[in-house]
Design a protein around this ligand. Structure first.
Ligand code: NAD
Ligand code: MG
Length: 393
């Protein structure tokens, strides 16, 4: 008999947040929502409150908070509305919460995710930026508190499933020779390089296989998403940069693979639907129904694989470079990328300016050693400052 799992969903109005609530709604006997959070989407958050009756609802935007409070009161719902960034950490660490879905986008999700790890919560990790920015501190907090950490990113979830049960972070001892991280190649895999200068945010956000938030969609188009995922895999599975091979696989049916020393390669396959990794992590080590259509291999018919093109996708090379440099370099990379993506979405810079801007910031600010969280926050702030200067100039 499985007991009721009490959940906080950080970023419940986003793509991952909505998919999480979809899976939860299929198993009312297994999951109870304690807290939902969003930046400013009070209308959707209100609907989610009506449907899931959480104890807390958090918004960052003050005006949105006021609107939500009024609607909650008018509807007679027993939901406490909290406002501001400190409330994110509060609902991530409540004693009555068993598990936290970390699905805020960007570095903005780091502090609450880290707090959940320090509090020993079971963590369903979608927010890859936490690992890119503060991988060492986060993993240390997970190990110290005894948190169960389950990756939601489809590739890392696949790797987790293909590794031996109870994998303790030693690739050699487990007979693992390589992690094969698959990538769709995004919407511009075959676009002539000369046309990339003029691609629009709409084109960049039209991913061929996955429907996702705008930031990660642009990251997929530039393949920075895969770069961030290489760094994510490094921390999750204690794998070196040379142990992680990116494999372009346009069908997104194999979600990643693990190669063993005996020649075996284990893969996890499925339709590209984030409800699969979400359901896996929610129910782990059991399995639950996720609402995902069964994979039809006859319809898939073929699976293709090619090597990544580092000339077309310089962001991927920059991420490997930052991982190898270590220290604050991944934090600088992540912050410069967030600023670049935001400016691209606002049509202030071109698509090809994204890697140019990141390279400039990494060239300007030297990587330093990390002793404490503040070192990372300082690196993040200085990279954003340099990036904004470049964008304004
Ligand atoms: P999204 O933009 O759809 O949703 C983001 C959520 O975070 C929303 O609820 C939003 O209100 C909230 N949010 C945004 N800015 C915030 C801030 N400053 N403070 C607090 N909350 C804030 O994003 P998404 O696509 O759901 O992605 C969420 C995370 O999951 C990202 O880290 C992404 O890389 C990762 N991820 C997403 C997918 C996917 O399929 N969407 C797949 C793998 C990993
Ligand atoms: Mg992914």
């Amino acid at each position: 008999m499985s007991k009721l799992t009490r959940l906080t969903v950080l970023g419940s109005t986003g793509s991952i947040g909505k998919s999480t609530l979809d899976v939860v709604s299929r198993h009312p006997d297994k999951y109870r929502i304690i807290a939902l959070t969003a930046q400013q989407q009070d209308e959707l958050l209100f609907e989610q409150c009506q449907r899931f009756q959480p104890r807390y609802a958090v918004l960052l935007d003050e005006a949105a908070c006021e609107r939500l409070s009024k609607r909650i009161a008018a509807a007679g719902l027993d939901v406490e509305v909290l406002c501001g960034v400190a409330a994110l950490e509060r609902v991530a660490t409540l004693p009555e919460v068993d598990a936290v879905m970390a699905a805020i986008v960007g570095a903005a999700g780091m502090q609450s995710t880290l707090a959940a790890a320090q509090a020993g919560k079971k963590i369903l990790l979608a927010n890859k930026e936490t690992l890119v920015l503060a991988g060492h501190l986060f993993m240390e907090a997970v190990h110290r508190s005894g948190s169960i950490l389950l990756p939601i990113d489809s590739e890392h979830n696949a790797i987790f499933q293909a590794l031996p049960r109870g994998y303790a972070g030693d690739m050699k001892q487990s007979g693992v020779s390589k992690i094969l991280l698959t990538a769709s190649g995004g919407p511009f895999r075959n676009t002539p390089i000369s046309e990339l200068q003029h691609v629009t945010p709409e084109q960049a956000c039209a991913h061929p296989n996955w429907s996702m938030g705008r930031k990660i969609s642009v990251d997929s188009a530039s393949m920075m998403n895969k770069g961030l995922e290489v760094i994510e895999a490094h921390w999750l599975f204690n794998a070196g940069a040379d142990d992680i091979q990116v494999v372009v696989h346009p069908q997104s049916v194999i979600h990643s693979m693990v190669q063993y020393v005996d020649g075996s390669v284990l893969a996890q396959l499925g339709n590209p639907d984030m409800r699969t990794p979400i359901a896996f992590a929610l129910a782990y080590p059991e399995r639950i129904e996720a609402g995902v259509a069964p994979l039809d291999l006859f319809q898939v018919a073929r699976l293709d694989f090619t090597a990544p093109d580092f000339v077309r996708f310089p962001c991927l090379a920059l991420a490997y470079q930052a991982l190898r440099a270590g220290g604050t370099a991944p934090a600088l990379l992540n912050a410069a990328n967030e600023e670049a993506v935001a400016a691209f979405l606002e049509r202030r810079i071109s698509f090809l300016d994204i890697p140019r801007l990141i390279e400039t910031v990494l060239g300007k600010i030297a990587s330093a050693e990390v002793e404490k969280l503040q070192d990372l926050l300082d690196a993040d702030a200085s990279a954003r400052g340099a990036a904004r200067e470049w964008i304004a100039g």
